[in-house]
Ligand binder design. Structure first.
Ligand code: CNA
Length: 409
């Protein structure tokens, strides 16, 4: 298993597999054909340049905006109990984020390139935006650890719901209902109170088979996803392409750090491998279609990232504002049921329909717009502690330890 010590490996320690802990040595290894089973692990950072806001950060303020809109707590948008009572806010958000509105980044195309070269063993992503799929990564290569918009089903009878129909409903801002039992339909994004997909647990030990592990655009703070790089074998090279050092990567004998913007990082790596032209050609194919399947013009990729984020926040704020003014009574109802006045510490204990009790100890009303579940740190990793995973307290500790590790370096 990979070494999870957080201090950087001593210079005197020789790499076991690579000829050096540099981008050039990594490229040499990749070109040699020895890296034929690559696992890639990604997070929100690979989609920020596509214009998808990092919902949690104070800079974008998206969740601060949600909180301002009188949701009982910002996380309610992704809370299954709240959704049952009031699905409109989620669908307002889905209208903004539904796949087809954003162009994959060159980093997504890099993953596609690995697949085309027959080198991709599996992509583990925490993202729900489906941009890997839009870049052409095959369904059977992707593990969406926190679910995604790729599938949808009834929350009561679990019947799958047709994609074309949900697209139409989302575009028309209507709430889809199950054809079988009239229950609510929702995309299979993992909400508070829901289990992670079984495919995650079925593939969790796959990194042990890998001969290269590439981690990109994630803070590696959400468990159990954050443990995946540690599942690799000791001698397996691991590369981190990220703005900051995370998850103790850099402590192993064959860890390579490519710190900075991930689009730039993958371009440098592709160039060193002699693949840059192919990569750029693949990315060029991802230019948005002139018309979407819905017959409306696709949103053109914004020239300026800040402009794109502002637009998203403003649009979403307006949508949800409208929605909430229509359903105020719902909110009051859920507020009174979900947060009893006597709860004092803001702790919300939920039990999902699947019978898995999830404890989310979080001062919702003081969340500062921090949506920690699918979209943030110290989530329900926590949630995910279901499946016999660590207790929430333990999760917090491991998150804090990872953070501490980062701070040390
Ligand atoms: P995170 O905790 O926000 O961490 C993102 C990491 O990426 C940080 O270490 C950043 O420094 C780094 N980063 C940001 N931009 C770049 C960039 N351009 N180049 C290189 N590095 C960059 O996000 P995680 O994914 O680790 O957190 C887990 C949550 C966030 C998951 O549950 C996701 O579902 C959720 N999320 C997903 C999306 C999406 O689907 N696009 C968007 C926002 C949040």
């Amino acid at each position: 298993m990979g070494n999870e010590e957080s201090s950087p490996v001593d210079e005197s320690v020789l790499p076991r597999t690579l000829s050096g802990r540099t981008l050039e040595a990594l490229a040499e290894y990749m070109k040699s054909g020895k890296a034929s089973k690559i696992v890639v692990m990604t997070g929100a950072g690979i989609s920020t340049s596509a214009g998808i806001p990092d919902f949690r950060s104070p800079e974008t303020g998206l969740y601060a905006n949600l909180a301002r809109l009188n949701l009982p707590y910002a996380e309610a948008v992704f809370d299954i109990a709240y959704f049952r009572e009031n699905p409109e806010p989620f669908y307002a958000l889905a209208h903004e984020l539904y796949p087809g509105k954003f162009r994959p980044t060159i980093t997504h195309s890099f993953i596609r390139l690995l697949q085309d070269k027959g080198l991709l063993l599996k992509l583990f992503t925490q993202n729900i935006d489906c941009l890997e799929r839009e870049a052409g990564v095959d369904d059977d290569k992707i593990i969406e650890a926190h679910g995604s918009f790729a599938r949808q089903s009834c929350i009561d009878c679990n019947q799958p719901y047709p994609e074309e129909e949900i697209k139409r409903h989302i575009e028309n801002k209507e709430i889809p209902r199950c054809h079988h039992c009239k229950g609510l339909v929702k995309p299979e994004i993992v909400f508070f109170g829901e289990k992670m997909p079984a495919t995650f647990f079925q593939n969790q030990s796959l990194p042990m088979q890998a001969d290269l592990c590439i981690v990109m655009g994630t803070s590696l703070t959400v468990q159990p996803f954050a443990s995946l790089p540690g599942m690799t074998r000791e001698q397996t090279p691991r590369v981190l392409i990220n703005k900051e050092r995370v998850g103790g990567i850099g402590s192993g004998s064959d860890d390579v750090l490519i710190l900075g913007d991930c689009d730039e990082g993958v371009k440098r790596l592709a160039e060193a491998c002699g693949w840059l032209e192919e990569l750029e050609a693949l990315w060029a194919k991802t230019v948005p279609k002139v018309a979407t399947d819905l017959g409306k013009p696709a949103e053109v990729v914004k020239k300026d990232k800040d402009e794109a984020l502002d637009d998203e926040i403003n649009k979403l704020t307006k949508e949800i504002d409208e929605t909430l003014s229509l359903s105020k009574w719902h909110e009051e109802k859920v507020r009174s049921e979900a947060i009893p006045a006597s709860s004092g510490n803001g702790t919300l204990n939920k039990a999902s329909g699947s019978g898995i009790a999830v404890s989310v100890a979080r001062p919702h009303e003081n969340s500062g717009g921090n949506l920690d579940h699918v979209y943030g740190k110290q989530t329900t990793a926590q949630t995910l502690a279901s499946e016999g995973l660590a207790s929430e307290e333990n999760e917090k500790q491991s998150g804090a330890a990872a953070q501490e590790g980062d701070n040390k370096n």
